[in-house]
Write a protein that binds this ligand. Structure first.
Ligand SMILES: NC(=O)c1ccc[n+]([C@@H]2O[C@H](COP(=O)([O-])OP(=O)(O)OC[C@H]3O[C@@H](n4cnc5c(N)ncnc54)[C@H](OP(=O)(O)O)[C@@H]3O)[C@@H](O)[C@H]2O)c1
Length: 286
């Protein structure tokens, strides 16, 4: 059903193949929320030129995505799927099962990529009940700037050409790392851009308590966290060497780090990641 008052697409109507069916040439996102918005921004920045269609149950989100990124939006699930060359499933983990159930009677593309944290390939296959090759991908909203990282994992027998297409899409928004599915939850909890924001907030907050104004505290903390890490990523000096260079034995930085470690810094990080892992495992069964 067409949502009231909504412009479904600014682009011309889909081209049809000779038999009159819509041409299956689009990358179709099911779910038009946070990660879809960030990926669309990154894909646009990178000049991704395959047609993109987004389906979501909120007409307002679709209107916004259409306005911002010029993508075709399609509030009708069947019509969205009929255009799909490949599918990107971008709903929250607890919505995956229900959505896949609704797609059972609809012809599918052969290739689908799920972004849903914790939801396993075996479940995706079982819930969809159609012969679809599934991959999982774990990008982050940082892909918006083209500087993200995406982990991918593929079902066995995932066609080689389709693997290249999946990598080719995510490489537009940053680096791509292929890992086995049993490492996916650990990667997911480790690779959240929230860690950086969380550390920034904690460090800047502590600096404010020492008397820095908010702006200076944020600038100092952001440079402290980002500059060194960029230097490590872009250079070839080991992390241990960089740590030694930044913290003279017995000096201020070393004293600060030792005190943090004695107060349980590493233990707190480990505990946080373990909590994230069990949350991810809780997503597995929908
Ligand atoms: N956000 C991130 O940083 C990030 C990073 C990597 C992976 N992911 C994964 O990506 C997925 C999406 O995350 P998100 O943060 O983008 O979620 P989100 O902002 O909540 O977006 C999901 C969208 O899909 C809609 N939706 C859910 N079920 C639907 C259905 N049956 N038919 C049509 N639309 C439906 C939701 O509507 P309702 O709100 O009404 O449900 C919502 O608009 C999650 O599985 C997450 O694990 C997210």
């Amino acid at each position: 059903m067409k949502a009231a008052g909504m412009t479904v697409a600014r682009k011309p109507p889909p081209k049809r193949s000779l038999d009159g069916a819509p041409r299956k040439n689009a990358t179709v996102f099911l779910g038009g929320g946070r990660i879809t918005g960030a990926l669309l921004a990154g894909l646009r920045l990178a000049g991704y030129d395959r047609p993109i269609v987004v389906h979501d149950r909120h007409p307002g989100k679709l209107r916004q995505l259409n306005r911002q990124y010029g993508v075709t939006v399609e509030p009708n699930l069947r019509r969205a799927l009929e255009r799909a060359h490949f599918l990107i499933l971008a709903v929250r983990p607890d919505s995956v099962r229900e959505l896949l159930k609704q797609t059972k009677e609809i012809p599918h593309p052969e290739i689908a990529v799920s972004l849903a944290a914790g939801v396993r390939l075996a479940n995706l296959r079982a819930w969809m009940g159609q012969p679809v090759h599934w991959a999982r991908a774990m990008p982050s909203p940082v892909g918006r700037s083209g500087r993200g990282l995406t982990a991918v994992t593929f079902e066995r027998n995932f066609p080689a050409a389709a693997r290249r297409e999946v990598r080719d899409l995510f490489v537009r928004v940053g680096s791509v790392l292929e890992i086995s599915e049993n490492k996916f939850d650990a990667f997911t909890v480790t690779y959240s851009s929230s860690h950086g924001y969380h550390a920034l907030a904690a460090l800047a907050g502590a600096a404010e308590e020492l008397g820095l104004d908010r702006k200076t505290a944020l600038a100092a903390a952001a440079h402290a966290l980002a500059d060194g890490i960029l230097a490590w990523r872009e250079g070839n000096i080991s992390l241990n060497d960089l740590l030694r260079e930044a913290a003279t034995p017995g000096g201020i930085a070393a004293t600060t780090m030792t005190s943090m470690d004695k107060s349980g810094y590493k233990r707190i990080v480990q505990r946080g990641l373990r909590a994230g892992m069990s949350r991810a495992r809780g997503n597995a069964d929908g």
